[in-house]
Design a protein around this ligand. Structure first.
Ligand SMILES: Nc1ncnc2c1ncn2[C@@H]1O[C@H](COP(=O)(O)OP(=O)(O)OP(=O)(O)O)[C@@H](O)[C@H]1O
Length: 273
C-alpha cells in the first residue's frame, strides 16, 4: 500500500514536471500515421528542418522506440547525447534545431528493443520529463505507426499537443488513417491536419505528375472527416537516397514545393487564434 502510494506520488510529480517543461514550448505536434512506411519520419524530419530554416526554434523528438529512424534520416546515428546532471541535452543539429532519438542512446544501433507497454510508456514519459529543450517554438514528436502505447502516452501527457497525420493515397493506407482520426477523437487529441505523402510521381524528364497509386485520397478523407488538408508531397527517388545517407532534400527536389505549402499551412493553423 505504502509502496503504491509512493509510486503514484512519483508519477504525479513527473506529470507536473512535464507540464512545466512543455509550457516553454509554444506548439507541440505529434506526427502520426495509421500505417508503417508511409513516410512519417521523413515528413517529421523535413517539417522540423523546414521550420528551423524559417527561423523558428524547433525540437525533434523520436519516440518510435522499436524503430527509431530520425537519427538515420538526419545523418546523426553516431551522435552522443550529453547529460546535464540527470537531464538529457538534445543533439544540436543546427542553430535552430535540436534532436533527441532513442537511436542516439543505444550502444548498438542494430540491437532490437524488446519492451512491453509499461516500459515503453516509462521511456516516453522520461523523454518528455528529462530533456532540456529550453524555449522552443515547435516540438515535433515522431511517433510509431498505429495507435499504441507511444502515441497514447504523448496524447495523454503533453498538454495542448496536436496531431499531424500522414498517409499515402492508397485505400489500404487511408483505411488506417481513418482509425488514427478516430483514435485522436477518442482520446481528445486535436488534429492539426493531414499530409498526403508519395502522392504521385513527377517525371524527372518531362516534369509531368503521374498519379501511380490514386489521387486526392488524402484530400477527400480530410474533407470527409472535416479536418484540415495540409498538402501533398510527391514521390522523389532522391528522398530515399538522401534519407538513407542522412542528407537534406536536394534544392531541386519536386517535394520542396509541396513541403513549403505544408509548412505554410502548419504555421497558419498553429498561429491562428
Ligand atoms: N516522398 C517520398 N518520395 C520517395 N520516397 C519516400 C518519400 N517519403 C518517404 N520515402 C521513403 O519511404 C521509406 C519509408 O519512409 P519513413 O521511414 O519516413 O516511413 P515511416 O512512415 O516513418 O515508417 P515507419 O514508421 O514504419 O518506420 C524511406 O525509404 C523513405 O526514404
Amino acid at each position: 500500500m505504502a509502496c503504491g502510494m509512493g509510486q503514484n506520488k512519483q508519477y504525479e510529480e513527473q506529470s507536473k514536471k512535464i507540464q512545466d517543461l512543455m509550457k516553454n514550448i509554444k506548439h507541440k505536434i505529434a506526427v502520426m500515421s495509421g500505417k508503417g512506411g508511409v513516410g512519417k519520419s521523413t515528413v517529421s524530419a523535413n517539417i522540423a528542418i523546414g521550420l528551423s530554416k524559417m527561423g523558428y526554434k524547433v525540437g525533434l523528438l523520436d519516440v518510435d522506440i522499436h524503430g527509431p529512424s530520425i537519427a538515420g534520416i538526419l545523418g546523426i546515428r553516431d551522435a552522443v547525447i550529453e547529460f546535464n546532471e540527470d537531464r538529457m541535452v538534445p543533439y544540436p543539429y543546427s542553430e535552430n534545431l535540436k534532436v533527441l532519438s532513442m537511436q542516439c542512446l543505444l550502444n548498438q544501433p542494430d540491437d532490437p528493443i524488446i519492451w512491453r507497454g509499461p516500459a515503453k510508456i516509462g521511456v516516453v514519459r522520461q523523454f518528455l520529463s528529462d530533456t532540456e529543450w529550453g524555449e522552443l517554438d515547435y516540438l515535433i514528436i515522431d511517433t510509431p505507426p498505429g495507435t499504441g502505447d507511444e502515441p497514447l502516452t504523448v496524447a495523454q501527457t503533453v498538454d495542448e499537443c496536436k496531431a499531424l497525420l500522414v498517409t499515402t493515397p492508397q485505400e489500404i493506407s487511408l483505411a488506417d488513417v481513418r482509425k488514427s482520426i478516430n483514435f485522436c477523437r477518442r482520446v481528445k487529441l486535436p488534429i492539426l491536419g493531414l499530409v498526403e505523402n508519395m502522392s504521385g510521381f513527377v517525371c524527372p524528364t518531362c516534369h509531368t505528375l503521374h498519379n501511380i497509386f490514386q489521387s486526392e485520397g488524402g484530400k477527400k478523407t480530410a474533407a470527409d472527416f472535416d479536418i484540415e488538408f495540409l498538402g501533398s508531397l510527391p514521390i522523389d527517388p532522391n528522398v530515399v537516397v538522401s534519407g538513407d545517407s542522412g542528407q537534406s532534400l536536394a534544392e531541386d527536389s519536386p517535394v520542396n514545393a509541396g513541403l513549403n505549402e505544408v509548412l505554410k499551412n502548419i504555421i497558419n493553423q498553429t498561429e491562428k487564434k
